[in-house]
Design a protein around this ligand. Structure first.
Ligand code: GLU
Length: 395
């Protein structure tokens, strides 16, 4: 029997593929250092774990709860969104999701019909185009320029727009480049989106991880009615809670109304224990985030310098998230037998046990992404291995 044609259209998550390859090598006893999937190396805060222990002991939490999320958590999300992100949202306009990924998928299901186009500036996070396709839409890519620090421009958006354009996906700080748009740049893009009356899906998972300058203002600040704006956020990166799977979707009544119907059919509620752990995270403020930020910033500066000192490698200037996007195109040659960044990353993993995500996964070959959310020691020794590998290519 045939399975769905979707099988030919979508790819598995490229970041997860790298994690799985590294895990398999580790199981064989290889000393793998993972710069692959981005997740903070810190344990979740103690108050989060304590809240979860308390929650799991309460029989009330062993039962179903509202599909859109626990009312107490939705209220805390609304309050902390105002305090930390600077815009108002009613708790009625929040859906708690199983991580940011489910929020993204629900956002696409809630807005797209077959044939609708979603503009995705590349390099992009690997999940966006696949989630658009799963929801029946068509991704349309804009290849942004390295010379412009991989920032999309209004001129590029204008050129890609058709009668079928329904949405633009936006992520600042960016995964995979760590690039942060300035307020002026962001405002120019938002103005274009609002003028054209299309949706903007703003992925704000990294909003608290900006090391230099200001974070980009959210489009929701300029669109208080959420006429064109949908926001995705979560606790994974800011509170080192990737495995708890708690994200959220913010939108207007129509988006949230349909999103709730979808979630009630697809998954019901997110685990109550995880929701109450996330509530504790948010209620305890950004102190823990700011502590992690100090470590991330130290590693960002260290890794940038160390990679830039390796001959013919250079890092895209990055001031946010915990990623560096490295230009490796110099070494992608027939002569080396490593024709693409994908082949180079495979070679680095198989021979030097260092895991990077190739630029192909983010729609931009010739580069590789590294996450510096790992210990200082691992970062140092992993980058020494990279330097050694490149020395061997140069010999
Ligand atoms: N968002 C992280 C990354 O890009 C986690 C992996 C994933 O969910 O794809 O590495």
């Amino acid at each position: 029997m045939d399975i769905s044609k979707l099988d030919k259209k979508i790819n598995p998550s490229g970041t997860m593929v790298i994690s799985n390859k590294s895990r398999a090598l580790k199981l064989q006893g290889k000393p793998v250092i993972g710069f692959g999937a981005g997740e903070p190396d810190f344990p979740s805060p103690k108050y989060v774990v304590d809240a979860a222990i308390k929650a799991v002991s309460d029989p009330k939490n062993h039962k179903y709860s509202p599909a859109a999320g626990l009312q107490s958590l939705r209220e805390v999300i609304a309050k902390t969104t105002k305090d930390y992100s600077g815009f108002e949202i009613s708790s009625d306009n929040v859906i708690v999701t199983n991580g940011g990924k489910q929020a993204i998928l629900t956002a696409f299901f809630s807005t797209l019909d077959s044939g609708d186009e979603v503009i995705i500036p590349a390099p992009y996070w690997t999940t966006y185009p696949e989630a658009v396709k799963i929801a029946g839409g068509t991704p349309v890519f804009i290849q942004t320029e390295k010379s412009n620090n991989f920032k999309v421009t209004v001129e590029q958006l204008e050129k890609s727009k058709t009668d079928n354009t329904k949405m633009v996906v936006w992520c600042s700080p960016s995964n995979p480049t760590g690039v942060v748009y300035t307020k002026e740049e962001a405002e120019e893009i938002y103005e274009w989106i609002f003028k054209n009356d299309i949706w903007i899906l703003s992925d704000e998972l990294y909003e608290h991880l900006v090391y230099e300058g200001e974070k980009s203002p959210s489009p929701a600040i300029y669109d208080p009615e959420f006429k064109n704006t949908i926001i995705v956020n979560g606790v994974s990166k800011s509170y080192s809670m990737t495995g708890w799977r708690v994200g959220w979707l913010l939108g207007n009544n129509n988006v949230i109304g349909l999103g709730k119907k979808i979630q009630s059919q697809a998954t019901s509620n997110v685990s109550n224990v995880s929701q109450l752990a996330a509530e504790a995270a948010l209620l305890n403020g950004l102190e823990v985030t700011n502590e992690m930020k100090i470590a991330f910033n130290r590693r960002r500066l260290f890794a940038t310098e160390k990679i830039n000192s390796i001959p013919n490698l250079n890092v895209v200037e990055s001031t946010g998230a915990f990623y560096l996007f490295v230009d490796v195109s110099y070494y992608c040659t027939e002569e080396n037998g490593l024709r693409t960044s994908e082949e180079l990353c495979d070679w680095l993993l198989e021979n030097y046990y260092i895991a990077f995500v190739p630029g192909e996964v983010f729609g931009t070959p010739g580069f590789m992404r590294l996450s510096y959310a790992l210990s200082d020691e691992e970062l140092d020794s992993g980058l020494s291995r990279l330097s050694e590998a490149i020395d061997n290519l140069n010999e």
